[in-house]
Design a protein around this ligand. Structure first.
Ligand SMILES: Nc1ncnc2c1ncn2[C@@H]1O[C@H](COP(=O)(O)OP(=O)(O)O)[C@@H](O)[C@H]1O
Ligand SMILES: CC(=O)N[C@@H](CCC(=O)OP(=O)(O)O)C(=O)O
Length: 292
């Protein structure tokens, strides 16, 4: 009996948060360890389905870098990264689209539906959700002319069309979006999934952007977790070189999202079971929050 009483108390403790999130959109970037481990996959699905049943509108944007890498390897196509982005020729683009849209996206849809959700898988081409253009990568060099890198079919988001996402939300569906975009000429682009998640959250004026990753959050130079960063602190960390590799696009896209009106962005540990619920429905939260 004592156990049951404690359970009821826990539910009531979550009430202020549930009330706050009711009817709101939360964009979640699904990737990293939480997408590989069977136990964590199930927990992720249950977290998302629960959100939907208590009146939150979750929108999932997924990655799949390791899965693309594995397939390229099997096909004997070599892969190269510049500044954390995959150099993408036409053959690579075909594999990226097949793996992200055909395999990873459908696996996530299936996972959510198996656990009681109503998920719909989309690429950026469906309803032209993700409009993109070829990315111009310019690396500044001290005392030298800037370096211009051609990443091939790597794109950047120009515009997110929210109509189809809103229609699905209204009907109780959970949109699951693969980070493949398209331009006016029908050219397909490979886009970093964190960047897509940030742009989708901004366009939807989501209440939260949550990025799941393989570390506790943003760590400082001593390796200690930074639990909260405002714009000023985040820009400072980017400029001082505290952030490296994949953490750079993550913090950048969180900044862009809060600048576009998202209330808070979070980088949280996807290795932790129920990390999404812990972040949203407990007082202290987990990981790093980025606010305007
Ligand atoms: N200051 C930092 N704080 C946390 N992680 C950092 C930092 N600088 C670099 N990283 C690296 O960024 C990685 C997360 O980015 P990434 O590998 O792209 O994640 P994911 O695959 O989950 O999208 C971490 O595993 C870590 O190695
Ligand atoms: C341009 C670029 O690098 N695109 C990424 C898209 C997938 C992705 O971002 O997946 P993760 O979130 O798992 O890294 C790629 O080809 O790997």
């Amino acid at each position: 009996m004592e156990h049951e009483v404690a359970k009821a108390k826990t539910l009531l403790e979550a009430l202020p948060y549930i009330r706050d999130f009711f009817g709101q959109t939360v964009v979640i970037k699904y990737g990293g360890h939480a997408m590989k481990d069977e136990h964590l996959k199930k927990a992720f699905a249950l977290n998302i389905v629960l959100l939907r049943y208590i009146g939150v509108n979750p929108v999932i944007v997924h990655g799949g870098g390791p899965q693309i890498g594995k397939m390229l390897d099997q096909l004997g196509i070599c892969c190269q990264f510049r500044e954390g982005l995959r150099v993408t020729d036409q053959a690579t683009m075909d594999v990226v689209e097949m793996v992200l849209v055909g395999k990873v996206n459908k696996e996530i849809v299936n996972l959510l539906n198996q656990h009681g959700g109503k998920a719909v898988g989309l690429s950026g081409k469906d309803g032209r959700i993700i409009n993109a253009q070829k990315m111009e990568m310019v690396i500044p060099h001290k005392d030298m002319p800037p370096e211009i890198i051609d990443l091939g079919k790597v794109g950047e988001v120009t515009d997110i069309r929210t109509g189809l996402i809103r229609t699905l939300e209204k009907e109780g569906f959970i949109p699951v979006i693969a980070p493949v975009g398209v331009d006016d000429d029908g050219e397909t682009y490979n886009i970093n999934a964190d960047a897509v998640a940030g742009a989708v959250a901004g366009a939807l004026e989501a209440k939260r952007l949550i990025l799941l990753t393989d570390v506790a959050g943003v760590l400082d130079a001593e390796g200690k977790l930074i639990s909260s960063m405002n714009r000023h602190k985040a820009v400072d960390a980017l400029e001082k070189g505290v952030l490296r590799g994949g953490m750079i696009p993550k913090v950048k896209c969180c900044l862009e999202a809060v600048e576009a009106g998202v209330e808070k962005a979070h980088i949280i540990d996807g290795r932790l079971e129920n990390s999404i619920l812990l972040e949203m429905f407990t007082k202290g939260g987990i990981g790093t929050e980025i606010v305007f």
